[in-house]
Design a binder for this molecule. Structure first.
Ligand SMILES: [Zn+2]
Length: 196
């Protein structure tokens, strides 16, 4: 089932996510629904707060990025097969010189801005079967994970922009909260008069 994606302005996007246990109610169903929701919106990542749940769970599938002609063969290969669910993750390390990439977010449609992040991360997490992993990621793969990880910390990519950029997109963000935007996937807007 496709779930409505929560739009910018909803307080759930600002909550620090809580850890979950193996017996979180209907976890398998939630994960299936989140995949369907993410693919339905052509996203490369989706975090639980974006479907209204303040818990530490997100998923990524970076394969659409693997098409990019500018990437090295190694990077393409890494991005191609990277489809994963991250439960109760902790980023243990972030290293290297910050680099810019034009990010977007399913909760903030039609806003894309350059965001600076460190290129190399080490992350500890549980998969959907609650097996524990510690892995290193770099470049675009790390970038997608960092963006989704921020969601479960209550952080949005627009928080990381300069104050000038923030001023420039302020009215756009206000319109998104009100539902004054055309979007081709299901959304829930915190300040819309009626649910759509
Ligand atoms: Zn996002």
């Amino acid at each position: 089932m496709v779930l409505p994606i929560i739009a910018y302005g909803d307080p759930v996007l600002r909550k620090k996510g809580k850890e979950i246990s193996k017996d979180y109610p209907k976890l398998k169903e939630l994960i299936d629904n989140m995949w369907e929701t993410m693919y339905g919106a052509y996203g490369v990542g989706l975090a639980a707060p974006q479907v209204g749940l303040p818990i530490r769970l997100f998923m990524i599938d970076t394969s659409p990025f693997a098409e990019d002609e500018d990437l090295s063969p190694e990077e393409k290969k890494q991005l191609e097969g990277l489809k994963k669910v991250f439960i109760n993750p902790t980023i243990l390390e972030e290293e290297g010189d910050e680099w810019a990439f034009n990010e977007g977010c399913l909760s903030i449609p039609d806003v894309r801005e350059d965001v600076f992040r460190k290129p190399d991360i080490t992350i500890e997490y549980y998969d959907e079967d609650f097996n524990k992993h510690t892995e290193e990621y770099t470049g675009l793969a790390a970038r997608v994970i960092q963006h989704e990880y921020d969601h479960i910390e209550g952080i949005l990519f627009t928080d990381k922009l300069s104050s000038l950029k923030k001023r420039l997109i302020k009215s756009k963000l206000a319109n998104i909260s009100k539902g004054k935007i055309n979007v081709d996937y299901r959304m829930r807007f915190p300040e819309a008069k009626k649910a759509r």
